[in-house]
Design a protein around this ligand. Structure first.
Ligand code: NDP
Ligand code: MG
Length: 369
């Protein structure tokens, strides 16, 4: 039996993980979880699922209930519970601090929080190596690539092909994009996710973040990472082998598969979700329209330039998406804000996590909306 802690319990990833763990109760026990502000909701999920420890990461009040210990410090909770694997399902750049905290104390980090990889970059992986922590990606594309590299052998993989659904505005006339509202942008055609990642999927900033994430996770240069549009989200990604063949990973669009793969460390005693049904299954692939979605090209530039550019891409986007959700800027202005931030000089390369904090603070000063 493996002890599991779920960070971001109340989120889309957190809830899916709880559902998945219920099906693997002989293998996995959730001993603790974290929540930021929706404490009432978190307490209810804990009580329903026998989770006895909850860490609240904001100042939000939390009711005391028998059988549930409330913590206010993640490191103390991790040190007391000593979990084998921690799932980081926190949204946004706040996830990086949590990842660092886990890496120092736990053997396995199941990482859904892509912002940790984008901002932490090489520092995150050298820190994990130093502390003997294994990072298993949960983002569906990266989980697929991880699996394919594992089965094909790294030396036989020439390049990566990341699939993108294209989001809800794949076919919307470009001139209409200006009028898109936050309510329209959060509705994703194939995935059910939290608000921030849903909006990122509609601008394709999410795909940009994933290109950067793939670069750091698998150590492939920008030229060996492709993005291809695949509206059905059934092929989660592919690899091109040195022989010229392409290998793909398929499963229904349900995050339970990549989450359980990471929590179970690749060893599934039985299926994690519904089997893929080939009745009426049509799979399409097409080239990414870079004019419609310039955010992806921006991410490639960040991978090539390195320095602090990936941190800036992520942070400026987070600021812009927040302003868009609050109706302070329009949909197409999200990318304009990020572009303007990237046009400054960010050649400085962070050498510690505090440097990353400083870069973020500078972005907050520069990007005023
Ligand atoms: P949600 O918005 O649904 O959930 C976010 C969770 O993080 C909530 O539990 C929230 O707590 C908590 N949280 C929010 N802010 C903070 C903070 N400052 N400090 C600590 N905890 C915080 O997000 P998702 O589940 O959709 O996404 C989580 C991560 O997984 C993201 O990085 C996303 O990119 C990645 N991911 C998600 C996928 C998905 O299908 N959803 C797919 C692939 C990757 P509270 O409820 O109290 O606010
Ligand atoms: Mg993804």
């Amino acid at each position: 039996m493996r002890n599991v802690i779920i960070l971001g319990l109340t989120g889309s990833i957190g809830r899916t993980a709880v559902r998945g763990c219920r099906d693997f109760s002989n293998e996995l026990a959730i001993t603790g979880a974290s929540v930021h502000s929706r404490t009432q909701e978190a307490v209810r999920i804990c009580l329903e699922n026998g989770i006895r420890n909850l860490c609240v990461t904001s100042d939000a009040p939390c009711e005391e209930v028998p059988g549930l210990k409330v913590w206010r410090d993640l490191s103390l909770m991790l040190e007391a519970l000593r979990p084998h694997v921690v799932l980081n399902g926190i949204s946004g750049s706040a996830g990086l601090k949590a990842s660092v905290c886990v890496i120092k104390r736990c053997p396995v980090l199941a990482l859904a929080n892509k912002e940790s990889v984008v901002m932490g970059g090489k520092l995150l992986f050298s820190y994990a190596e130093k502390h003997g922590c294994r990072i298993i990606p949960v983002d569906s594309e990266h989980s697929a690539i991880d699996e394919l590299i594992l089965s094909e052998g790294r030396e036989n993989v020439k390049s990566l092909v990341i699939t993108a659904s294209g989001g809800p505005f794949r076919n919307t006339p470009v001139e209409e994009l200006k009028k898109v509202t936050p309510e329209q942008a959060v509705k994703h055609p194939t995935w059910n996710m939290g608000p921030k990642i849903s909006i990122d999927s509609s601008t394709l900033a999410n795909k940009g973040l994933e290109v950067i994430e793939a670069h750091y996770l698998f150590d492939f240069p920008a030229d060996d990472i492709e993005v291809v549009i695949h509206p059905q989200s059934v092929v989660h990604s592919m690899v091109r082998s040195t022989s010229g063949q392409v290998y793909a990973q398929m499963s229904p669009p349900d995050m339970v598969f990549p989450i359980m793969r990471a929590l179970l460390e690749y060893r599934f005693p039985h299926e994690a979700g519904k089997a893929l049904d080939f009745t009426n299954l049509n799979l399409n692939f097409m080239k990414l329209d870079e004019e419609r979605f310039p955010f992806v090209a921006d991410a490639y530039s960040c991978v090539r330039l390195e320095g602090s550019y990936p941190v800036v891409y992520n942070t400026a986007n987070e600021i812009a998406v927040d302003a868009f959700i609050k109706h302070r800027i329009g949909f197409t202005e999200i990318r304009d804000v990020v572009r303007r931030a990237l046009d400054l000089d960010w050649s400085f390369t962070p050498t510690c996590f505090e440097d990353i904090d400083e870069v973020q603070k500078k972005v907050f000063r520069e990007v005023r909306i």
